[in-house]
Design a protein around this ligand. Structure first.
Ligand SMILES: Nc1ncnc2c1ncn2[C@@H]1O[C@H](COP(=O)(O)OP(=O)(O)OP(=O)(O)O)[C@@H](O)[C@H]1O
Ligand SMILES: [Mg+2]
Length: 455
């Protein structure tokens, strides 16, 4: 008799035993049934060449949602919509579109480096004793991955990482970005939600940003290099973050640039209002609650705190002023106790390295007012001056607002721009059509008039 036949014979006998057992199990005493089940399980496990990995939707005693489940769901989304026969559709909160995923107890296959793998979505309903008028949410969902035992090493060493990486990338590309604002601190409430958020949907892009094209390209390259440098930062032993200082007169596009940066990199934005932060401890708490792939923005840093004179030598008069100020501060001891050193710690202290891929952006109208310690390289790695509008910047605005690349009046405007300091915000206002018939010539004439006056 051949070995194959022996195995086949064994298999069919086992199947018959199992069949008989399922029929007669109810007549067996409880203890015997328990004993038999244990051994039947062992025997079937021995003959079963397939390995299973289960990932539940919720884990732990407190049933926290399991990130691995979400990542796998994202990973399987493309595969399921192509291969599964039974799909379910839900509104995706992030994209506000219908998202397809495989239905409960549905199965899809995946090929990876020649190995065949099966993903099955399972659902079990826990039996609760409690009576309720409302539908109970005791459904437990999970994904089960099955594969032949000869692929064990491939799955553990490589496939699972591949699923994690791909799933995360799909999740990031589909997510809707958020704009977070820190909530003002009131009294000691440890359950307080530190950040509120809204959907970030700003239309600004580098394409519509009016500035010197070379400078613009340099910034875009810098951002892209940063976002791809995870391994490089790890190699040189630096936390994966970068500081940008945007300075320039009002209306030159600092806030617009931040939105363009966020859109370019697909990052969330945390708009940190320092004056509502009670003290350094709270600042730290806010920091650790930020996510990766985010821009933390502190606008008008010079107005947010008295960060200007703390490290410079003060003359006596200033010293006197400070005594009065200190007394006032003590009275309002609950207010504004974020200090320069607290902020420096925020930027480059140990806490700043929790997580990664974060930009910190400061904006100011008066760069000279800031303490040099705050803006030195390493903290604010890149200083970007946003300045008055040049001819190249004007051309971008003309394209944005009037949809023209050239006009006979451009030459006059170029001459006038050389002699006038005008912000992109002012130019934009003049180019904006005032009537419903968007006549480019009238808008350009308006601008020329404004430039003549400004000159
Ligand atoms: N460089 C620019 N490119 C395109 N639009 C711009 C630019 N600068 C300003 N604008 C336009 O002007 C408006 C105001 O600009 P923005 O708020 O970015 O200026 P800001 O430098 O942040 O000013 P502030 O210092 O007062 O905060 C924007 O809504 C935008 O429409
Ligand atoms: Mg601004």
């Amino acid at each position: 008799m051949k070995t194959g036949e022996i195995w086949a014979g064994l298999g069919s006998s086992l199947a018959s035993i199992m069949f008989l057992y399922t029929i007669f199990q109810q007549y067996l005493p409880y203890n015997l049934r328990n004993f038999l089940e244990k051994y039947i399980h062992k025997v079937t496990n021995y003959f079963n060449p397939y390995i299973e990995i289960t990932v539940c939707e919720f884990t732990g005693e407190r049933l926290k949602s399991n990130e691995a489940y979400t990542v796998i769901q994202a990973y399987l989304s493309t595969n399921s919509s192509k291969r599964a026969k039974r799909l379910k559709a839900d509104i995706d909160k992030n994209t506000d579109c219908l998202a397809l995923s495989m239905d409960d107890r549905e199965e899809v296959t995946d090929d990876y480096k020649g190995a065949m793998l099966w993903w099955k979505s399972t659902k079990s309903t826990a039996k609760t004793q409690q009576f309720s008028f409302y539908p109970t949410s005791d459904e437990k969902r999970s994904y089960k991955l099955s594969f032949h035992k000869r692929y064990r090493q491939l799955v553990i060493d490589s496939y699972l990482n591949h699923v994690l990486k791909e799933g995360r990338a799909i999740g990031v590309s589909k997510r809707q970005r958020k704009l977070f604002m820190n909530n003002p601190s009131r009294n000691e409430d440890y359950r307080r939600i530190m950040w509120s958020h809204a959907v970030f949907d700003h239309p600004s892009s580098f394409q519509t940003l009016a500035m010197d094209p070379q400078k613009k390209k340099e910034i875009m390259d810098d951002l892209e290099t940063f976002s791809k440098s995870k391994d490089y930062y790890a190699k040189i032993g630096k936390a994966w973050k970068r500081g940008y200082l945007l300075h320039g007169p009002p209306g030159t596009g600092k806030s617009t640039m931040i939105a363009a940066m966020a859109n370019h990199l697909n990052y969330d934005v945390y708009d940190l209002e320092l004056t509502s932060v009670k003290n350094n401890t709270e600042l730290r708490k806010l920091l650790i609650e930020t996510s990766n792939k985010a821009i933390i923005v502190i606008e008008d840093i010079d107005c947010s705190l008295d960060l200007t004179s703390q490290r410079t030598k003060k003359n006596e008069k200033e010293e006197e002023k400070n005594v009065v100020k200190k007394a006032k501060e003590e009275i309002n001891s609950n207010e504004n106790k974020v200090t320069l050193s607290g902020l420096l710690n925020f930027i480059d202290g140990l806490w700043s390295s929790c997580g990664g891929e974060r930009l910190i952006v400061f904006t100011t109208n008066y760069v000279e007012k800031l303490d040099p310690a705050l803006i030195r390289r390493g903290r604010m790695d890149k200083h970007i001056e946003m300045s008055y509008c040049g001819f190249e910047g004007f051309k971008v605005l003309a394209k944005n607002y009037l949809d023209i690349d050239f006009h006979i009046l451009f030459e006059t405007i170029e001459h006038l721009l050389l002699k006038t300091q005008i912000t992109p915000a002012d130019i934009a206002e003049n180019l904006m059509p005032k009537t419903s018939n968007r006549d480019a010539e009238t808008s350009l004439k308006n601008l020329i008039q404004a430039l003549e006056i400004a000159k």
